[in-house]
Design a protein around this ligand. Structure first.
Ligand SMILES: *[C@@H]1O[C@H](CO)[C@@H](O)[C@H](O)[C@H]1NC(C)=O
Ligand SMILES: *[C@@H]1O[C@H](CO)[C@@H](O)[C@H](O)[C@H]1NC(C)=O
Length: 385
């Protein structure tokens, strides 16, 4: 899920209502060295959280459990590199969240109500049809409670209870979203402060393979072969995971529109790919002239389902490693179809949506690589799986 308020690329999408809490602040407890004793910082070790794949004809999002409150209540969340806060369904949401497991704040002795209400609108949904808009809106109430992830206790962190949501969320098999942005927030900032290495890794395998996982504070080198290749985030302190790409190629060819530098956002909470209209149409022109915009769903494209599986559609996104070595992240042809459109099931939606002002890739790329999200060194690593 991508909440572009943090990008501020398009005023059109600055729709998060800013009655909301300020950026997360985590209370830091100073370590006081005891006189006469040597102080050794005891680092936390990495931990691995199993993930399930939200699959509806195609792989959409990967989610796992965190524990919230005292005694702990299990809350399932999408680990979403495209956003930065933690929000999940609560008993305050009632009927609107009846499809989700709801956290009950009255049963947690460590729960602190922050009383600030806000709303958040995600600009990118998942799966077929939805692209844009207010159909992904959460109403939130700020709070603070203890969170643990993969057995690591983060202590009290700022979070948001979902108090209302639009029906677009009803199909979600999880209760909320844990933002995993490029500046550590929430539980992750707290764990890093306790000595956990400031990186996490994702193994977002397709549904057919299973055993997806996220390792917090480390890398699970049993999940890939060879050495990961790392690329640096742009200079600065942005919370957005993005890398500069010099070029896109389709089936081994590029064009003047595609052979252009762009800054690509990596969003584990989005399945489809978003490129500007000109880029989207230049890519489709190299796949088939019969891929057409679907006027019923602005930004989406499709072609007869009977034809889609035979179309060659290998997309190479070029990057440059920290040591100057070019490499591609490659999306195979099998990703082209995201399934039949709701308004016309004979037409299958194709992977790339037009969305001017945003270049964004997600699960359809990430499931082909073991990915390392290195906050401390401001870089991303990839290894083929
Ligand atoms: C989350 O925990 C529930 C039980 O509380 C379990 O049934 C479910 O499989 C867990 N989900 C994941 C992704 O581990
Ligand atoms: C990346 O993909 C393009 C297009 O297929 C290809 O020409 C190029 O050699 C690839 N680069 C690397 C480093 O593999």
């Amino acid at each position: 899920m991508f909440n572009p308020i943090v990008v501020n690329l398009l005023s059109l999408f600055v729709i998060r209502v800013l009655a909301q809490a300020s950026p997360q602040t985590i209370a830091l407890t100073a370590r006081v060295p005891q006189v006469g004793k040597s102080v050794r910082r005891r680092a936390l070790g990495p931990t691995t959280v199993p993930l399930l794949d939200f699959f509806r004809g195609t792989d959409l999002q990967w989610y796992g459990n965190i524990s919230v409150g005292t005694p702990p209540q299990s809350v399932s969340v999408v680990f979403d590199t495209g956003s930065s806060s933690l929000e999940f369904a609560s008993t305050l949401c009632g009927q609107a969240c009846s499809h989700q497991t709801q956290f009950d704040p009255s049963k947690s002795s460590t729960f602190v109500d922050g009383r600030t209400t806000s709303s958040i609108t995600f600009s990118t949904g998942v799966g077929v049809d939805p692209v844009v808009g207010a159909n992904y809106k959460l109403t939130l109430r700020s709070a603070r409670d203890t969170v643990s992830v993969g057995g690591l206790q983060a202590g009290a962190v700022n979070l948001f209870l979902i108090t209302d949501q639009t029906p677009a969320f009803n199909i979600d098999p999880f209760s909320g979203i844990q933002g995993m942005s490029a500046t550590a927030q929430g539980f992750f900032a707290s764990l890093i402060n306790q000595g956990l290495p400031s990186l996490f890794s994702m193994f977002l395998t397709p549904n057919a393979i299973g055993n997806a996982e996220m390792t917090i504070g480390g890398i699970d080198s049993t999940k890939f072969k060879g050495t990961p290749i790392f690329a640096s985030l742009p200079a600065g302190t942005s919370s957005i995971w993005r890398l500069t790409s010099p070029r896109l190629s389709v089936n081994g060819k590029t064009t003047s529109v595609l052979n252009v530098q762009r800054s690509i956002i990596f969003d584990s909470g989005t399945s489809n790919i978003l490129f500007s209209t000109s880029t989207t149409e230049a890519i489709y022109a190299l796949i088939s002239p019969d891929i057409k915009a679907n006027a019923a769903e602005p930004g989406t494209y499709g072609i007869a389902c009977s034809r889609i599986s035979s179309l060659p559609a290998v997309i190479d996104i070029a990057f440059t490693s920290q040591s100057g070595v070019p490499f591609n992240l490659t999306i195979p042809s099998s990703e082209l179809s995201v399934g039949p459109f709701a308004n016309d099931p004979s037409i299958c939606q194709t992977l790339i949506n037009a969305f001017d002002g945003l270049d964004l890739v997600g699960g359809s790329v990430l499931k082909h690589y073991y990915s390392i999200w290195d906050i401390g060194q401001r870089r991303m690593g990839f290894a083929p799986v």
